[in-house]
Design a protein around this ligand. Structure first.
Ligand code: HEM
Length: 292
């Protein structure tokens, strides 16, 4: 119907204008969140199988990301769209990451950290946004800090268990001593996000940038996994496997097959396919001999 598209677009714009930014951003990034949760790195976490190498590489990337994010938040602290969500006392992660990196890499950690290309691209984007569109910093701050205060808290407990870290050593990143209740703080943060005055165009820009922020995180996680897959299987992983029983390994293989969506009829058909191929080869050889 003529004009129907523009009516829908107008309705969508009115919705964006009327609704709270915190609700819109959550809705806009719902699918991205699911994708981030399903990255190989996050799935290792959820299974309680995070390795020291994974965690250390993640810390290196987070250090670069928060360096750029917090540098830009500090620089734009008095900007009208940043001031309401500027909580360095409660949220700043840079020092916690420095502490954790020193724990794992020692005093010379700065020379030893490894950063994947996707992380550098993410940091570059944060600096660009801070310079050209400071009002979009809220999208990046939301993605990281509210994530750290939500699922991040669970990831902290998993890291502690998986790596057997005692007394919070190497886990400062997950700890927010100035936030007594993450739930209440998130409510306050959402309220502050909703108080930011934005034009319709700026709102759309923020929503789009939040999706981009998730995308960057997904790329970083994928890069970390790829870096680990091309290095030798680490001793911790080998040890873990050798401790596991054969049954456990088979279970793991089965799970992997399920995850790769290799359906079981195909798996069970493999011996039959082999047999048919063998008969074909024998026939071909036999016919060859007969021809001579
Ligand atoms: C295994 C990985 C993850 C798990 C299990 C997880 C889990 C959760 C949970 C349970 C919530 C609370 C939802 C609510 O209060 O309604 C949440 C919220 C959130 N997560 Fe995650 N998450 C994961 C990964 C991530 C990643 C990688 C990011 C981004 C880099 C992220 C960003 C967020 C954000 C921004 C929120 C706040 C949503 C809102 O209230 O608006 N999460 N997550």
């Amino acid at each position: 119907m003529p004009g129907e598209g523009s009516i829908h677009a107008e309705a969508a714009e009115m919705h964006v204008a009327d609704s709270d930014l915190s609700e819109l951003i959550k809705a806009a990034t719902k699918d991205s969140h699911t994708r981030a949760e399903n990255t190989e790195l996050m799935r290792s976490y959820v299974r309680g199988q995070v390795s020291p190498s994974q965690y250390k590489l993640l810390l290196c990337s987070l250090y670069e990301i928060y360096s750029a994010l917090e540098e830009q938040l500090d620089r734009n602290a008095s900007h009208a769209a940043v001031a309401p969500i500027y909580f360095p006392q409660e949220l700043a992660r840079l020092e916690t990451l420095q502490k954790d990196l020193e724990h794992f890499y020692g005093e010379s950690w700065r020379q030893r950290i490894i950063v994947p290309a996707a992380t550098l691209r993410y940091a570059q984007r944060l600096r660009e946004i801070g310079e050209k569109h400071p009002e979009q910093l809220v999208a990046h701050a939301y993605t990281r800090y509210l994530g750290d205060l939500s699922g991040g808290q669970v990831l902290g407990r998993i890291t502690q268990k998986s790596l057997g870290l005692k007394g919070g050593e190497g886990l400062s990143f997950f700890s927010f001593p100035a936030v007594s209740s993450p739930g209440l703080f998130k409510q306050l943060y959402r309220g502050r996000m909703n108080s930011i005055e934005l034009t319709q165009e700026q709102r759309q820009g923020v929503l789009q940038e939040a999706i981009t922020a998730f995308e960057f995180n997904i790329e970083v996680f994928d890069d970390i996994q790829e870096m680990l897959s091309i290095t030798e299987p680490e001793p911790e992983l080998r040890q873990r496997h050798s401790k596991h029983s054969h049954t456990r390994l088979l279970q793991d293989d089965k799970m992997a097959a399920q995850e790769l969506q290799i359906s079981s009829p195909w798996l069970s058909a493999i011996p039959l396919i082999r047999m048919v191929l063998g008969v074909c080869v024998a026939l071909a050889v036999g016919m060859g001999i007969y021809a001579f």
